[in-house]
Write a protein that binds this ligand. Structure first.
Ligand SMILES: [Zn+2]
Length: 188
C-alpha cells in the first residue's frame, strides 16, 4: 500500500494552517501555485475567482451557495490538486469563492472533501505548531481512550506492586509495565 504524507511545521504557534498547493487545469495542463487554508468548516474545497480565471477553467456545474444576496448560483470546477508539492495528488470538484486574502496569495480552502480522505493531526508541543496529514486513513487516534488505558495500567501496576505480584502491563502487550505504559506520555 502506498501512503502519501505531508507535514507543515512552524517555528511558533499559528492561528491558521496554510500549505502550498498546486492547482492544475486537467484539460489544458495550466498550473497555478498558491496557498490553501485547511478548513474543517468547509464541506467542499473552494478556489478563488482569480485562481479560476488564471487557470482558464470552464464550470462543470453550478451549485447554490448562500451569500450576502441569498442563494447564488456558483460555478463548480474539476481540477487536479497537488498538496504541499509533495506526493498527495487528487482530482477534486471545487466551488468558486470570493478572494480569501487582499494579496490574493491564498487561492484555496482545503475542505472536508479532502481532509476526510485520510488522517490529520495538529500538535502544538513546545510552542511549535505542526500539522501532518496522510492518505489513506490508517488508524484511529483517540486521546480519551489513551488516557483511560494509561489510568487503568497505572492502577493495576500500583496493585501489583502492593501485592508483590509480577508487574505485567494491564494493556495486554505482555511486556513489563516499566517497559510499556510505564513509559506513557501521560506520566509527564
Ligand atoms: Zn502497556
Amino acid at each position: 500500500m502506498s501512503v502519501n504524507v505531508l507535514t507543515q511545521a512552524y517555528s511558533a504557534i499559528v492561528n491558521c494552517i496554510k500549505t502550498s498547493v498546486k492547482i492544475t487545469n486537467i484539460n489544458t495542463g495550466v498550473v497555478v501555485d498558491t496557498f490553501g487554508i485547511w478548513d474543517t468548516g468547509a464541506t467542499n474545497s473552494v478556489i478563488t475567482k482569480s485562481v479560476a480565471k488564471q487557470l482558464g477553467l470552464t464550470p462543470v456545474s453550478y451549485t447554490r451557495v448562500r451569500g450576502v444576496g441569498g442563494l447564488m448560483p456558483t460555478p463548480e470546477y474539476l481540477v487536479k490538486i497537488t498538496l504541499n508539492n509533495e506526493n498527495i495528488t487528487l482530482v477534486s470538484r471545487v466551488t468558486e469563492c470570493e478572494e480569501l486574502s487582499a494579496e490574493q496569495d491564498t487561492g484555496m480552502l482545503v475542505g472536508m472533501n479532502i481532509i476526510r480522505l485520510g488522517d490529520i493531526c495538529i500538535t502544538n508541543f513546545d510552542g511549535k505548531t505542526v500539522m501532518t496529514f496522510r492518505v489513506p486513513s490508517l488508524e484511529t487516534i483517540n486521546y480519551v481512550e489513551e488516557v483511560n488505558l494509561h489510568n487503568k495500567c497505572l492502577k493495576i501496576h500500583e496493585l501489583n506492586i502492593a501485592k508483590r505480584l509480577p508487574d505485567k502491563c494491564a494493556c495486554g502487550s505482555g511486556k513489563d509495565y516499566k517497559n510499556c505504559h510505564g513509559k506513557s506520555l501521560y506520566h509527564k
